[in-house]
Design a protein around this ligand. Sequence first.
Ligand code: NAP
Ligand code: ZN
Length: 352
Amino acid sequence: MDVACYSAPGAGEALEKSTISRRDLRPNDCLIKIRWAGICHSDIHTVNGDWPHDNFPMTPGHEIIGEVTEVGTEVQNFRPGDVVGIGCLVDSCLDCDACREGDENYCESGSTGTYNAPDRLDGTITQGGYSTHIVCREEFLVRIPKAFADLESDAAAAATPLLCAGITTYSPLKHWDVGEGSRVAVVGMGGLGHVAVKLAAAMGADVTVLSHSKSKEADGLAFGASRYVATKEEGWHKPFRASFDLIINTVSAPLDPAPFISTLARGGTMVMLGLPPEKMQISAGALIGKRRSVAGSAIGGIRETQEMIDFCAAHGITAEAEVIPAEEINTAYQRVLDSDVRYRFVIDVNTL
Ligand code: NAP
Ligand code: ZN
């Protein structure tokens, strides 16, 4: 079926209203009518060609909440009317060690992204959530908890970014055992960063925001941080030498890692979530002295995404969403690039 969407005609070009085709349901597929779609900085990297590819025109969007309207003949767990979420993945082999362990995001044959990825069966390129409908196999749907399931509510809109920003920050917080008293720093308080602050605080951590400016200090403290530091101030890192167990780095631009690494405690880890195209230079000496690590983490598996959104519902956590009509997508992109987002744009898909 043909459905309305916004798509980028080429690298770096403005998105425009268009149409894409959604496949007929396979036996294990559901058709979802999309209600909300978040704008992730990864959408912007992909549209701008920061991560080069040839799949234009392309419809981004991997933070999706909507309602199941039709199910394939073999669907087991979902029915029309169910409110579901889709994050960054729509398929994987489900058979390798990673998939069996719930790490579909690290599928050994490559997981299938919600957009800009070849479909595993027919090779067509997947198209994302800036559209009125999407087809997805049921194993990659997340059930939206009651607290967020009224699709017309602000809560549903604000929960939408959890499908990427939420799981991408929840997964490393869990992997590195954040809990009561953990000392966590969050670098960059944008879409991912502000959710990371809320999640880490809810897990009992002592949270420090490392933002490039002071402008979001009151918000950072309100999200649960104990302190807020502006990293553009010379020598900001000196009082924090060897003091964080985990740094969650969400910055989308290249940053000198040295001052951040100096704030890692013995055995501490800085996990990179931001994906600027530039390479990063790290001194071995800065790591060796205190057995520090620099690591990376990519989104999270489906089971963990369900766990994350249930955790958020239980703790009253959502993103701070600024809802926009579809026609404002290009303005929103520029505002994200200008760090002028408080803290995630969410498209009202009914305006499409
Ligand atoms: P975002 O909303 O734009 O937030 C990024 C934040 O980084 C900004 O709010 C800003 O925070 C800081 N920042 C941006 N430019 C900066 C600069 N030049 N110098 C210093 N700080 C700067 O983006 P997002 O959606 O959270 O995504 C962040 C990054 O994570 C992107 O690269 C995205 O592609 C990546 N990502 C990765 C995964 C994964 O699986 N690993 C998943 C989703 C997204 P302050 O103003 O507070 O400094
Ligand atoms: Zn994302």
